[in-house]
Design a protein around this ligand. Structure first.
Ligand code: PAF
Length: 281
């Protein structure tokens, strides 16, 4: 059954307040559309964990530091609605720009520290845009639980921090990255890869897995990183923005996996920026 598409905040609010009055729990899956199996795994988790599920679709202009990137972001609303139909979600919230950012909108949510590194260092303003829209979506939906993919590991840490810091009564739940059979992490951006680039793309994950194994066997961070970057570049990537071992909770840089650690990377392939991360140990 197709879910009702809600475009206005007042309609969303009255729907949610009815559910809350009956004591039902509400889960939200925030997305920018172009849904793939990764998103659908979040919807599945939300359906299992909550009485009511809202999927939000809003391509948030504030989180694109490059206007061209915003323009070329895939817009696939009809297809998204079809992909959601087997899940029987309770609402698909698709606000427009003025609903999210009405004239005079002047508030910016900025999470310090965690956003200074990795994607934050390479995409100025990106995480402020994410933190601002996610805060709004949390308050608009009044959800009890929110589901995010570990694929965007830094984003997951940022939204967890903001919910705690702003006393938003929501539990942020991270769900595992879903991968294609060849290891490529599922991402809406994969749609932008040419057929040739799609063939090379899994090398990013393969090089990271090799680096993680080497680190776990006591390999030196600089040597293992250099080897991994050489492999990624041989596969046709033009730039590796970062390939770092970081602590899971604070994202501080590590030289060895001496505590729960993650290897995180961002690299450019044929004009498309891909990111990935894996647990180390
Ligand atoms: O991960 C995304 O798709 C976006 O960053 C999010 C969380 C929906 C905010 O716009």
């Amino acid at each position: 059954m197709s879910a009702p598409i809600i475009r206005s905040l007042s309609e969303l609010r009255s729907m949610v307040s009815g559910w809350k009055k009956s004591g039902e729990t509400v889960g939200v899956v925030p997305t920018m559309g172009a849904l793939h199996q990764g998103h659908l795994s979040l919807v599945r988790a939300a359906k299992e964990g909550c009485d009511r599920v809202i999927v939000t679709i809003f391509i948030n202009p504030k989180q694109f530091n490059n206007p061209e990137d915003y323009e070329k972001y895939p817009r696939t609303e009809e297809d998204d609605a079809q992909k959601l139909s087997p899940f029987d979600v309770d609402a698909v919230y698709v606000p427009d720009g003025p609903t999210m950012y009405p004239e005079g909108f002047a508030t910016n949510v900025s999470v310090g520290g965690l956003t200074d590194v990795l994607c934050g260092a390479h995409r100025p303003g990106h995480f402020d845009g994410v933190a601002t829209v996610v805060s709004k979506l949390f308050m608009q939906t009044q959800a009890d639980r929110a589901y995010f993919g570990e694929k965007d590991f830094q984003q997951l840490q940022v939204v967890t921090r903001l919910a705690a810091d702003l006393d938003i009564p929501i539990e942020v739940i991270g769900c595992p990255t879903i991968r294609e059979e060849d290891g490529l992490a599922m991402s809406s951006r994969n749609l932008l890869l040419s057929d040739r680039a799609r063939v090379w793309a899994p090398e990013l994950n393969a090089a990271m897995e090799e680096m993680a194994d080497a680190l776990l066997s006591g390999g030196d961070i600089a040597d293992t990183r250099a080897k991994a970057i050489a492999r990624i570049e041989r596969a046709g990537f033009t730039e590796v923005e970062y390939l770092d071992l970081r602590a899971c909770d604070t994202l501080e840089e590590l030289n060895a996996p001496t505590r729960p650690a993650r290897l995180l990377a961002a690299a450019w392939l044929a004009g498309v920026r891909l990111i990935d991360n894996i647990a180390v140990g």
